[in-house]
Design a protein around this ligand. Structure first.
Ligand code: HEM
Length: 147
């Protein structure tokens, strides 16, 4: 039993990092898809292809990944019993922000399905910086544990 618990912790952590990579990859890719999508003419065959790519990215990569990242992240926090740690609070705040960003992208995809294009290509490119900055701070929090 003494050897089993550390092994479970390491497997949880490996799974957590693997799904963090999948989630972040999806969060980086989706706004790029939107940029290319909006370069296609409304109602064109190319637009239909982009809509399908976006739907598949959301369904196959983004939705399962966010669920697994949250479940394994919370399981890790429980295993280590670090609920009172400042670094975890900052991390959780940022992950909540990333989860909101995920929801915003999913909602923007629905707008595109309805034919609404409310953001410009430039705004979408700027939006793409959000997950990178958040991920950098999250990794610093979890590795350096500054407080
Ligand atoms: C969804 C909520 C999340 C919770 C509750 C959570 C919690 C945790 C906990 C408790 C650990 C273990 C720390 C340790 O072993 O020292 C951990 C590890 C880690 N997390 Fe998360 N996490 C979450 C999401 C994320 C996200 C979104 C990222 C990246 C963008 C991330 C990146 C990492 C990394 C890189 C590690 C490994 C750190 C190390 O081995 O030192 N986590 N997480």
């Amino acid at each position: 039993m003494q050897q089993v618990l550390p092994m479970i912790y390491l497997w949880l952590k490996a799974g957590h990092i693997i799904f963090v990579i999948f989630w972040m990859a999806g969060l980086f890719a989706l706004p790029r898809y939107f940029v290319y999508h909006q370069e296609a003419a409304a109602g064109s065959a190319e637009e239909t292809v982009w809509l399908d790519r976006e739907r598949k990215l959301l369904k196959i990569i983004l939705t399962p990944s966010i669920v697994v990242v949250w479940v394994l992240g919370l399981a890790l926090a429980q295993t280590l019993n670090v609920w009172g740690a400042g670094w975890l609070h900052v991390k959780l705040l940022l992950v909540l922000g990333l989860s909101g960003y995920h929801g915003y992208l999913a909602a923007y995809h629905k707008k595109l399905v309805r034919g609404e294009r409310t953001l410009t290509g430039k705004q979408l490119r700027l939006l793409n910086e959000v997950p990178g900055v958040a991920a950098a701070i999250i990794v610093i929090m979890v590795v350096l544990r500054p407080f």
